[in-house]
Design a protein around this ligand. Structure first.
Ligand code: UDP
Length: 472
C-alpha cells in the first residue's frame, strides 16, 4: 500500500470560502485514497447556521479542526467583510500554527493549502518543510487580475474607474476599471492595501489552485501558465461545488420549495438569490418585488431583510423576519406564481430542477459555477467583491447572462427588471443563452469525467506532485 500523503488545508470564515475548500478536500481524498486531509477552520464568533449544517455532512475521512473563535467585538465594526475575514485569519495565526504543529508531529505535512484569505499562514510552510499552495476560489480571469494588480498599482495613478481604456488581461475579456473588484474603488482604503498585499504574496507560493476548468477559460488558463513560467504551478481543478458532491444523496425530507418546483412547467421559474450574504436596500427590494410581479413569470425568491450596505448579511445569521419588508399585499398577489424563502435556500437542489429556467444572481463565483453546471442562464445583478468581474465574463465573454443597468442613484426600476427577466426567461436572446449554457454544462461535466476529465487530470498531476514531494 502506498505511503499516506498528509496535507493541511486552511479555510477562511464565510460559507462561500469554507464550502469550496472542503469540497476540494473531499474530491482529493475520494480520487486519491492515500491522501489524508485535515481542514483547519478559523471562525469569527459562532459559526453561522449555514456553515454549521454544511459541516455536519462532511464524511469522516476528512479531519476538521475548529480553531478558537475570534471575538466579533475585537474587530472593527461596520467594515467591509473582506477585512473581517482577513483579520480573523490574522488573529487566528497562533492557533493555526499550533494546529499545524500538532498535525505535523503525528505525520510530516507534505503541503499546506490555504484559502486566498489565509495566505499568511503559508509562512509556516518553511518551518514544517512543507510546500505551499493557495486555493483561490474564483475564476482564471479574476486570478489573472490579482496577479496583474501589483503592476497596475505601480503604473496607474488615477482611480481605476477613470481609466480611458478597458484593461486587457492576457486571454481574458476586456474589463472597465469600474467593474474591477469593489475594494479597488478606494485606493487609499484599508481593504485595498490588504488585498494588494495578498496579491503580491501570491507570487511566492509553489502553486495556485483555482476553481475553473479548461474549456471554460482556455485562453486565460494558457496565459497564466505562460506567466508562471514553470515557477508557480497553476491548477484549474473546478468546477468545485456541492453539485456532484458525494454527499448529495444524503438529504432528509424534501424541502417544500422543491415539491413546489416539481409541479411547475419546464424552464418556467426564475430563481432569485444574492448569495450567502448579499442584501438590497428597502427601496430596491420594493422595485424587485414589483418587477417580479410585472414580469408575469413564476419565481422562487430567497428574501433577506433589507440594508443600505450590500454585504450586510455576510458572516451573519438572519435575526429578523425578512418577509415583513415585502410590499403590502405582495405575498397574496403572487401566491400562485411565486415561492418565497426567508434568508436561505437549498440552492444546488433548486438549480437542479427542470422547472428552473433562469437565475437572477449576484454572480458570486460559486453561484455562477452552480448555474453553469445546471445550464441555467443568468440575469446578472452584481453587488460587491469580484461579482461585477464575473458578470462581465458571463455577459461579454460567455454570453450566457444579461446584466441589469443601474441608474445614477444605484436603483434599478421595476420596469427594467421585468423587461430583463422576460428577455432571459422567454425572449429569443434568452433561448440562445440557454443553449450556450447547456453546452457549458456539458463541458463542465466533461471536465469532471472520471480519469480523463481535464480537472480530474489536473487533480492527478497535483496529487503526483505532492506524492513526489512526500517521497523526498
Ligand atoms: N447558498 C445556498 N443557499 C442560499 C444562498 C447561498 O446554498 O440561500 C450557497 C450557494 O449555493 C453558493 C454559496 O452559498 O454555493 C454562495 O457563494 P457565492 O460565491 O455565489 O456568493 P457569496 O456568498 O460569496 O456572495
Amino acid at each position: 500500500m502506498a505511503k499516506a500523503t498528509h496535507i493541511a488545508v486552511i479555510s477562511s470564515p464565510g460559507f462561500s470560502h469554507i464550502a469550496p475548500i472542503v469540497e476540494f478536500s473531499k474530491r482529493l481524498v475520494t480520487n486519491h485514497q492515500n491522501f489524508h486531509v485535515t481542514c483547519i477552520i478559523p471562525t469569527l464568533g459562532s459559526l453561522p447556521d449555514s456553515s454549521k449544517s454544511y459541516l455536519e455532512t462532511i464524511p469522516p475521512n476528512i479531519n476538521l479542526v475548529f480553531l478558537p473563535p475570534i471575538n466579533k467585538q475585537d474587530l472593527p465594526q461596520g467594515v467591509y467583510p473582506g477585512i473581517l475575514i482577513q483579520l480573523t485569519v490574522t488573529l487566528s495565526l497562533p492557533s493555526i500554527h499550533q494546529a499545524l504543529k500538532s498535525i505535523n508531529s503525528k505525520a510530516p505535512l507534505v503541503a499546506i493549502i490555504a484559502d486566498k484569505f489565509a495566505l499568511e499562514a503559508l509562512d509556516f510552510a518553511k518551518e514544517f518543510n512543507s510546500s505551499s499552495y493557495v486555493y483561490f476560489p474564483c475564476s482564471a480571469f479574476v486570478l489573472s487580475f490579482y496577479l496583474h494588480w501589483p503592476k497596475l498599482d505601480e503604473e496607474v495613478s488615477c482611480k481605476y474607474k477613470d481609466l480611458q481604456e478597458p484593461i486587457k488581461l492576457q486571454g481574458c475579456v476586456p474589463i472597465n476599471g469600474i467593474d474591477l473588484h469593489t475594494v479597488t474603488k478606494d485606493r487609499s482604503g484599508q481593504a485595498y492595501k490588504m488585498y494588494l498585499q495578498r496579491a503580491k504574496g501570491m507570487y511566492s507560493v509553489d502553486g495556485i489552485l483555482f476553481n475553473s476548468f479548461f474549456a471554460l477559460e482556455s485562453s486565460a488558463i494558457k496565459a497564466l501558465e505562460q506567466k508562471g513560467d514553470g515557477k508557480i504551478g497553476f491548477f484549474p481543478v473546478g468546477p468545485i461545488t456541492q453539485i456532484g458532491s458525494s454527499n448529495n444523496d444524503v438529504v432528509g425530507d424534501e424541502h417544500e420549495c422543491l415539491k413546489w418546483l416539481k409541479n411547475q412547467p419546464q424552464n418556467s421559474v426564475l430563481y432569485v438569490s444574492f448569495g450567502s450574504g448579499g442584501t438590497l436596500s428597502q427601496r430596491q427590494m420594493n422595485e424587485l418585488a414589483f418587477g417580479l410581479e410585472l414580469s408575469g413569470q413564476r419565481f422562487i425568491w430567497v428574501v433577506r431583510a433589507p440594508s443600505d450596505s450590500v454585504s450586510a448579511a455576510y458572516l451573519e445569521d438572519a435575526n429578523e423576519d425578512p418577509l415583513k419588508f415585502l410590499p403590502k399585499g405582495f405575498l397574496e398577489r403572487t401566491k400562485e406564481k411565486g415561492f418565497i424563502l426567508p434568508s436561505w435556500a437549498p440552492q444546488v437542489e433548486i438549480l437542479k430542477q427542470n422547472s428552473v429556467g433562469g437565475f437572477l444572481s449576484h454572480c458570486g463565483w460559486n453561484s455562477t459555477l452552480e448555474s453553469i453546471q445546471e445550464g441555467v442562464p443568468i440575469v446578472a445583478w452584481p453587488l460587491f467583491a469580484e461579482q461585477a468581474m464575473n458578470a462581465v465574463m458571463l455577459c461579454d465573454g460567455l454570453k450566457v447572462a444579461l446584466r441589469l443597468k443601474f441608474e445614477d442613484d444605484e436603483i434599478v426600476e421595476k420596469e427594467k427588471i421585468a423587461k430583463m427577466i422576460k428577455c432571459v426567461m422567454e425572449g429569443e436572446e434568452g433561448i440562445a443563452m440557454r443553449d450556450r449554457m447547456k453546452s457549458l454544462r456539458e463541458s463542465a461535466a466533461m471536465a469532471l469525467k472520471a480519469k480523463d476529465g481535464s480537472s480530474i487530470q489536473t487533480m492527478s498531476h497535483l496529487a503526483t506532485q505532492l506524492e513526489n514531494i512526500g517521497r523526498i
